[in-house]
Design a binder for this molecule. Sequence first.
Ligand SMILES: CC(C)(COP(=O)(O)OP(=O)(O)OC[C@H]1O[C@@H](n2cnc3c(N)ncnc32)[C@H](O)[C@@H]1OP(=O)(O)O)[C@@H](O)C(=O)NCCC(=O)NCCS
Length: 143
Amino acid sequence: MLRRWLSARDSSFEAFETYLGRFEQSTHEGFVICLQGTGAIVGGVNINNIVRGTIQSGTLGYTAYASTTGHGYMTEGLGLVMQFAFGTLELHRLEANIQPENTPSLNLVKRLRFVREGYSADFQFINGAWRDHERWAITAEMA
Ligand SMILES: CC(C)(COP(=O)(O)OP(=O)(O)OC[C@H]1O[C@@H](n2cnc3c(N)ncnc32)[C@H](O)[C@@H]1OP(=O)(O)O)[C@@H](O)C(=O)NCCC(=O)NCCS
């Protein structure tokens, strides 16, 4: 499910430690989406490449799992991350870059009132090719 839209990841322990180390930098924030009650992890949201100063923006990455899609967990979880980003982190803008065929991801940002800003050809190298992406974004005032 993930392979089509995200870069293939090395699943070794060392690679995971490196991945976690990313969130020790002030430019990256990582969240897991957990079910109330059981605490089971049902997804994750990252805010990457945070730019401060007069921009105050970050780029979203997110994923659910095959067994956890289709329940609204990501809508609720990403909505909470947005509140945290615009509140505690004092960001002003969040963007998501999404391949045009990734309908579940487009539906997710539309539900959360992101707007389509444009189209970036050959935006990201994923699974052997440069992929076009749509750019969607939301500001604190729009949320
Ligand atoms: C993108 C992705 C996170 C979306 O996950 P999702 O499960 O569709 O999102 P949600 O958890 O918010 O669930 C919403 C779906 O559950 C349905 N749903 C069922 N019960 C619901 C409830 N109680 N509340 C809200 N939605 C509910 C909604 O109708 C919606 O389905 P629809 O889009 O067919 O209408 C997921 O498809 C994914 O991980 N994809 C692979 C990784 C990826 O593409 N990442 C993004 C790269 S840009």
